[in-house]
Design a protein around this ligand. Structure first.
Ligand code: CTP
Ligand code: MG
Length: 429
């Protein structure tokens, strides 16, 4: 199942994985007026994100693994503008496009779309533009199920609320057993012949295509739906959709490394954490009087590490991880050896300065984990102390672990200490 209320950024389907086929058609019905939404525009033409409800829906359809024949059913007076807007987008995806006028009811609108399908189409999906955030993968799943089962397929969610039958005057009559109830969504998919037959023979008005097809005696199966395929009906739904689209846009910006800030660092897309990895190695110093500084602590009696600074590999690995997560480069770049401020500086100073930099870039530290690799010092007796000190400096939980390398490599031979760190940064509110 898909995680709830998460809109995935449109993941482009790589060319090699795309099949250009005329076998699938998706009819997007967008001819309703949106009375319950109460917007001046018809619902499908209401702004959503950087586009409209309809354009967001079309993005998902064009994200399908197989390129479909796309039919948009819109109010009559919007046919030309819709064609002008979507023809280039469809062409870029090699999708055939038809734009037709809707009818007085949803059912009539679907029928108008069906009427223009070319002969080669053998699987038809019908989708409400109002379910704009239904992900492309849901369409793929419905197509797959129609092909595998050769029958109508509807995405459906379990009903989570307790359901009651209530009289017209508001009296609760009974609790309905919800175990067999499902809330049905779109896209609904059908073998083309079934849908044509059903539309040609059904009598009466149905609220969805599954009901119309079932009324002609054909079998329809339910498959797991997706919370994102909710229908934008009232203003609160539009608000929710806006939030999800903004979240997806934020995630896309993060995926793209963020937009460039003036200093060249990616600006944080405000909704998603970022992680970074860092590592560092320092050799033990030849001079036996060199003190050991590691994980922010001084270790009296232990052999020291060499380096421009105090050689605190653990602190430096953490700094690298934080800088990487923020997209700010690495320790060498930020704290060049030419910078006198950091000559001989302790890990605490590097950590504090790195925290300042990532916070200035719009992040705060979520948590940090570092593992020290080496024979000495033995960490366990002072682990809590090291964690407390670095947690305080970063104002976030820092976990410190240690391991030997089983006698192997430079750490195993006792030539130096290595450290590997992961940092998670979260956008500052
Ligand atoms: N629809 C359509 N033609 C109609 C009526 C509805 O194409 N004559 C479409 C709507 O555009 C919508 C989908 O069917 O994408 C589901 O309908 P609904 O959510 O009820 O939308 P509206 O009818 O526009 O809204 P309302 O009922 O609030 O007026
Ligand atoms: Mg309606």
């Amino acid at each position: 199942m898909h995680p709830p209320f998460v809109v995935s950024a449109a993941v482009p389907v790589p060319e090699y994985a795309r099949t250009v086929s005329s076998a699938i058609a998706v009819i997007v019905v967008a001819a309703g007026s949106g009375t319950r939404l109460g917007h001046v525009e018809p619902k499908a033409f209401v702004p959503l994100g950087s586009g409209t409800v309809l354009s967001v829906a079309v993005d998902s359809v064009l994200g399908m693994r197989e390129t479909p024949h796309l039919v948009l059913v819109v109010p009559g007076e919007r046919i030309e503008s819709t064609r002008a807007r979507f023809a280039p987008i469809a062409a870029a995806s090699t999708a055939a496009l038809d734009v037709v006028s809707g009818g007085a009811t949803r059912q009539e609108s679907v029928a108008n779309g069906l009427a223009v399908l070319p002969a080669g189409v053998d699987v038809v999906l019908v989708h409400d533009a109002a379910r704009a955030l239904a992900p492309g993968l849901l369409f793929d799943e419905v197509v797959g199920a129609v092909r595998a089962r050769r029958r109508g397929i509807v995405p459906a969610l379990d009903v989570v609320d307790t359901v009651k039958r209530v009289s017209d005057d508001g009296r609760v009559l009974e609790t309905v057993d919800r175990s067999s109830l499902r809330a049905v969504q779109t896209p609904q998919g059908f073998p083309r012949a079934s849908l044509d037959h059903a539309y040609a023979t059904a009598h009466g008005e149905f609220t969805d295509d599954a009901a119309l097809v079932a009324s002609t005696g054909l079998v329809v199966d339910a498959v797991p739906g997706d919370v994102r395929a909710f229908k934008i009906t009232v203003p609160a739904d539009l608000h929710r959709a806006e939030q999800l689209v903004a979240e997806a846009a934020g995630r896309a910006a993060v995926d793209a490394g963020g937009s460039a800030a003036p200093d060249g660092a990616p600006s944080p897309a405000r909704l998603w954490p970022r992680v970074g990895t860092g590592s560092d190695v320092h050799a033990f110093a030849d001079d036996p009087s060199t003190p050991l500084w590691l994980a922010g602590l001084e270790w009296p009696g232990e052999r020291g590490l060499s380096g421009h600074s105090d050689g605190d590999a653990a602190a430096h690995a953490i700094c690298d991880a934080m800088l990487a997560a923020a997209g700010l480069g690495d320790v060498g770049q930020v704290f060049g050896t030419a910078d006198a401020r950091f000559a001989g500086a302790h890990g605490e100073v590097f950590l504090a300065e790195t925290r300042r930099l990532v916070e200035a870039a719009g992040w705060r530290v979520g948590n940090v984990s570092v593992q020290i690799v080496g024979n000495r010092p033995k960490l366990a007796p002072r682990r809590v102390e090291a964690e407390a000190l670095m947690s305080r400096v970063l104002d976030a939980p820092v976990s410190v672990a240690a391991t030997t390398s089983d006698g192997l490599g430079f750490t195993g031979r006792g030539e130096g200490v290595a450290a590997i760190a992961t940092a998670m940064l979260v956008p500052r509110g």
